[in-house]
Ligand binder design. Structure first.
Ligand code: PRP
Length: 221
């Protein structure tokens, strides 16, 4: 039995599509809107639907053998005690600084003023501004980050940007790219030893599909 921990929404759909392109036996499941444990029609495959930030925990403790999680989540963790063999090339977005007014932000950066930044990613935000040699105050939020500058809770935000629509809708502009983000496959270290054949089959299948996606080559080329 292989248990996957997957975040719901767009990533779930993208992972399902990738798995269907491998030789891994296709599995079907019922509507996932409410169920957190999804038994599939393959008795060897079970899916856990968890919050993205919780995927590494489920995999680390062995409640799931395999997980898919954004590099934004992994990079925010102090301990990454899971095997991370593969960038799946899905869930592509970027971690960026966004502000209401670029000129105001640039002059604050160049002055001694401490900039207040709202973010879900305090660790990566601190690392970024430390590298720039700039002191910042952090306001840790758990969602709707773009609201913070609008109500003067912060001067700027550090958040994920995909289409840019959320920033635009809230009158914010992206001013600095911190890093590009993509989803990673993570594997429990004990599962890798105990279920070696099955996990290797899944890993190699996904590696071929992910390579094909990033290089544009098909498996038969
Ligand atoms: C994420 C992110 C941005 C938005 C970016 O939020 O935090 O708010 O998506 O996407 P876009 O550039 O395509 O508009 P999410 O939807 O996960 O909700 P959250 O704000 O509650 O974290």
């Amino acid at each position: 039995m292989i248990t996957f921990a997957l975040p719901k929404g767009r990533i779930f759909k993208e992972v399902s599509t990738l798995l269907r392109q491998t030789d891994f036996p296709e599995f079907k499941y019922e509507d996932i809107s409410r169920n957190l444990v999804i038994e599939t029609d393959n008795p060897g495959v079970r899916l856990l639907i968890v919050r993205s930030q919780d995927v590494p925990t489920y995999v680390h403790y062995g409640a799931a053998d395999i997980g898919v999680v954004g590099s934004d989540v992994l990079d925010e963790l102090d301990s990454k005690d899971v095997y991370q063999p593969l960038d799946l090339g899905i869930g592509l977005c970027r971690l960026s600084v966004a502000v209401r007014d670029i000129d105001v932000y640039m002059s604050m950066l160049e002055s001694d003023v401490t900039i207040t930044i709202a973010t879900k990613y305090p660790q990566q935000t601190l690392e970024y501004f430390c590298r720039k040699g700039k002191n910042v105050n952090l306001v840790k939020l758990y969602g709707s980050i773009e609201l913070a500058p609008l109500v003067e809770l912060s001067h700027a935000v550090v958040d994920l940007v995909s289409t840019g629509n959320t920033l635009k809708a809230n009158g914010l502009v992206e001013v600095e790219l911190i890093k590009n983000i993509s989803s990673r496959l993570i594997i429990n270290k004990a599962s890798l030893k105990l279920k070696d054949n099955l996990i290797t089959e899944i890993l190699e299948g996904l590696r071929l599909v992910a390579d094909e996606k990033t290089t544009g080559k098909t498996i038969n080329d």
